[in-house]
Design a protein around this ligand. Structure first.
Ligand SMILES: [Zn+2]
Length: 133
């Protein structure tokens, strides 16, 4: 029962009331108790009761950050070779080879593709050369 509650997620809004993330309830509690966030102040929001041995915590389903979310802990990690290879489990996303891995831009930079997480994949050198345009 308690573990089910802890699997629920909370929507985080920025200072400007824009939804920016969905986090698990434990993280939401941490943000609330460390005063980095507050319950989102809109009409009737739902609360998720979380029972601890000594008390019942009512965790709002929407919280708003008090801090600027461009702070380090919220920044999207840089798209580095090491991180991309880790995300793609050290295998070429075209043929599955674990050898000669490089990064490939799905939409080539020359076509206006960006060096972002959704445009960079791990690719082995033969596949990368094949897809080079
Ligand atoms: Zn390949």
């Amino acid at each position: 029962m308690t573990t089910d509650v802890l699997k629920q997620s909370v929507v985080v809004f920025s200072k400007n009331y824009l939804p920016i993330n969905q986090i698990n309830i434990k993280r939401a509690i941490i943000l609330l108790v460390t005063d980095k966030a507050e319950p989102l102040d809109v009409g009737d929001i739902k609360h998720i009761p979380v029972h601890s041995p000594t008390m019942v915590l009512l965790v709002p389903q929407q919280i708003r950050l008090k801090i600027n979310h461009t702070e380090k802990s919220w920044r999207v990690p840089a798209v580095t070779r090491r991180e991309v290879l880790r995300r793609d489990k050290h295998s070429c996303q075209y043929c599955g080879s674990p050898k000669q891995l490089t990064l490939d831009h799905v939409i080539p930079l020359s076509w206006g593709g960006k060096h972002t997480w959704d445009n960079v994949v791990a690719a082995c050198e033969p596949c990368n050369n094949r897809s080079a345009r």
